[in-house]
Design a protein. Structure first.
Length: 510
């Protein structure tokens, strides 16, 4: 009986869905895509479930053109003008319901990343902007140096024992501990222990998988979250764990007393985010609340490690598979070191003065961006003209960073790692503008990743240090990745050898 009902309900559901879609999006029936995507989201759900949608999305556009149907009312876009229309500053395209899967079902427990309220997001962002600004980076360098020192020590230990290591894992340990120092004033301890402490990384990955999939059917999120929270291995339980983890860190944070440094004759230490937010809260409790403090901490923990770790992995992966590029970058770093323009603990300012380093970073983040799904947005009231189609209010459109970065018209030979393309484009302002318009590893417009500058700080300081001080080799011809929103490598196995010349050793000793 139940089976009969099931066979009756499913066709009925598909028929109703088709009728609703046809009536609401009748002007878009000519948009191409896999046939099944006209009727159901199941095709998209299944492809995302298989964790390789970034490549699927590129192939769809190669086959069908600049606009592709992904689901009955979801359309993937590959159009330079559309990027500015949908994501540019002042855009009225709000985030889609997919982002509901990234927040607690309670509407009063909103956080910055998934917030779909454009006005509220803008007001909240202003409260945090100064913490993440480029001008604040110099105050965080000591936090980054502390963690880079420990990572370098762990790499020397692996050199001595001769075993391989998963560099992607160690990059996540590094990024997690840096964000711990910057946010809470103390490392989480991943670099010290070298493994997932109390299942935190596992919980975060479960959260990512759950949020990514349930967001495709956001109406199920409130119904599933409470039930799944009882199962420790579920993504819902992972979210609950991360939320409590952040709350515990904030609750145990000791208030900073500058008078103690004065008494003991020490230089004042750099303030972490929690200290700064507490001071702002105490100064103006109506503007900055305890919930804003919690929201900041949660955002840093959820998004602060994966993006940086993936970007670091991409840079080193492409360097190891392009030895001529590695040699050229190493020559630049060694030259700067010889001239006294590159410290043992590379400063952010020094890294910004290395043109080839910056080109390598930019090209690696183009080749392998952290996010691998379309950045879904809702067409606002009045509809919008995009790529020759008139999209009605409520339609969902999005550009996948990978699709933008592999557009052959913007990046010729897009599958080839060519840092020189960025240097050569400096001589052609129009070309450079076009490339930058489609370059979006941290998003675009008002929803650009708030932690972008911190991630760039971590990357810019660590990469030249690794290139100068270590030799890495890998026998992996092509790594394996899994895309659950973040496209993470799973098997970036390398061997490491210390490479410290006499001058660097002398500088370090000083």
């Amino acid at each position: 009986m139940h089976l009969i009902l099931l066979f009756l309900v499913i066709p009925l559901y598909l028929l109703v869905n088709l009728v609703q879609t046809t009536l609401h999006h009748r002007y878009l029936l000519s948009i191409p895509g896999p046939l099944i995507t006209r009727f159901t989201k199941l095709w998209y759900f299944n492809r995302v479930r298989l964790r390789g949608f970034e490549r699927d999305n590129i192939r769809l556009h190669e086959k069908y053109g600049p606009v592709v149907r992904i689901a009955p009312d979801h359309y993937s876009i590959r159009d330079r003008v559309a990027v500015r229309t949908v994501y540019g500053n002042g855009s009225r395209f709000a985030k889609s319901a997919w982002y509901e899967g990234w927040k607690h079902p309670d509407p009063n427990r909103w956080t910055l990343f998934p917030d779909r309220d454009i006005r509220r997001h803008g007001e909240s962002r202003k409260r945090f902007a100064s913490l993440y600004s480029m001008s604040s980076l110099v105050h965080y360098e000591a936090f980054v140096d502390n963690c880079a020192d420990i990572l370098a020590q762990r790499l020397r230990e692996r050199d001595q024992c001769g075993s391989t290591l998963n560099l992607g894992h160690w990059f996540q340990c590094y990024a997690f501990d840096v964000i711990g120092e910057i946010t809470f004033g103390q490392r989480f301890g991943f670099l010290d222990q070298g493994h997932d402490i109390e299942g935190t990384i596992t919980a975060l990955q479960s959260l990512m998988t759950y949020s990514t999939l349930v967001g495709i059917y956001p109406e199920w999120h409130p119904r599933l979250f409470g039930i799944l929270s009882w199962f420790k291995s579920s993504g819902a339980a992972g979210r609950a764990y991360i939320m409590q983890f952040v709350q515990d860190k904030i609750s145990s944070h000791a208030p900073y007393s500058p008078t103690q440094d004065d008494v003991e004759g020490r230089a004042p230490k750099a303030q972490d985010f929690v200290e700064k937010m507490m001071l702002a809260r105490d100064k103006n409790p109506e503007k900055v609340t305890d919930y804003h403090l919690y929201m900041m901490g949660l955002s840093n923990v959820v998004a602060g490690s994966d993006t940086t770790a993936i970007s670091l992995s991409s840079i080193m992966y492409h360097l190891l598979h392009n030895p001529e590029v590695l040699a050229k970058l190493r020559a630049e770093v060694d030259s700067f070191t010889t001239l006294g323009r590159c410290s043992p603990r590379v400063t952010f300012k020094e890294s910004q003065e290395m043109p080839y380093l910056q080109a390598v970073i930019k090209e690696a983040l183009r080749m392998h961006s952290a996010t691998g799904l379309p950045l879904w947005r809702v067409v606002p009231a009045g509809g919008a003209e995009i790529s020759g189609y008139r999209f009605p209010e409520g339609a969902v459109v999005g550009v996948n960073t990978w699709v933008a970065h592999y557009d052959e018209e913007v990046f010729p030979e897009a599958s080839t790692f060519q840092p020189e393309r960025w240097i050569e484009a400096e001589q052609d302002p129009e070309r450079l503008r076009l490339m930058n318009d489609m370059y979006m590893p941290f998003g675009l417009g008002s929803r650009t990743c708030l932690g972008k500058h911190i991630s760039i700080l971590e990357i810019s300081k660590l990469i030249p240090r690794l290139v100068r001080d270590f030799d890495f080799t890998t026998s992996t011809a092509r790594w394996t990745t899994e895309n659950s929103w973040f496209v993470k490598p799973t098997d970036f196995e390398v061997q490491v050898r210390a490479r410290l010349d006499s001058k660097t050793e002398r500088l370090r000793a000083e």
